[in-house]
Ligand binder design. Structure first.
Ligand code: CTP
Ligand code: ZN
Length: 154
């Protein structure tokens, strides 16, 4: 039978960030600092069918993520999986997890917060809800959620 569906290509080595909520793939790239030519093959699939509903996928060849980057992804895609691919096989699968303490990866949006003063203190939040995600500043008590978090990821 003629193949009518062109599947998104598998990658040889690199990472596949899967189960990203629809519309968030570009935000994932933004928080990874990927813009312009990154020098590796990048595949973005948006609004593709998954077992349960729809999702975005980002595949980056020859790139790996550190724990801090994985925590950042959790903040915008709490159900994502990060698959490490080697020689076409998935050798590791991390289910991202929203950290209980969000330290040094989000900036407090309160301009008067001590973390935004001249003697900067590393921002720190406690996660008070996961779905939807809400974090609360340890220093000024400001709560942040949704877009506010995405826009303030450091
Ligand atoms: N993938 C890829 N290139 C490879 C291997 C896998 O792009 N060489 C992609 C798959 O297309 C899929 C993701 O990596 O989007 C995870 O692969 P796999 O674990 O094989 O798929 P599932 O079992 O369906 O994953 P899950 O249970 O996490 O949905
Ligand atoms: Zn604050």
């Amino acid at each position: 039978m003629e193949e009518k569906v062109l599947k998104v290509q598998k990658i040889k080595n690199g990472i596949v960030i899967d189960h990203i909520p629809c519309g968030m793939a570009l935000k994932v790239l933004k928080i990874l600092g990927i813009e312009g030519d990154v020098g590796s093959t990048l595949t973005i699939a948006m609004h593709v069918k998954s077992k349960h509903g729809w999702k975005d996928i980002v595949k980056i060849e020859d790139r790996y993520l550190d724990d801090r980057e994985i925590d950042k992804i959790a903040l915008i895609a709490p159900n994502a999986t990060v698959n490490v691919v080697e020689d076409y096989k998935v050798i590791r699968k991390h289910r991202v997890k929203v950290p209980e303490i969000v330290k040094g990866i989000v900036k407090c949006m309160n301009p008067r917060c001590i973390t935004n003063q001249r003697e900067p203190i590393e921002p720190e939040f406690k996660t008070i809800s996961i779905e939807p995600i809400v974090i609360k500043c340890k220093y000024c008590g400001r709560e942040m959620s949704g877009e506010d978090i995405v826009e303030n990821i450091i």
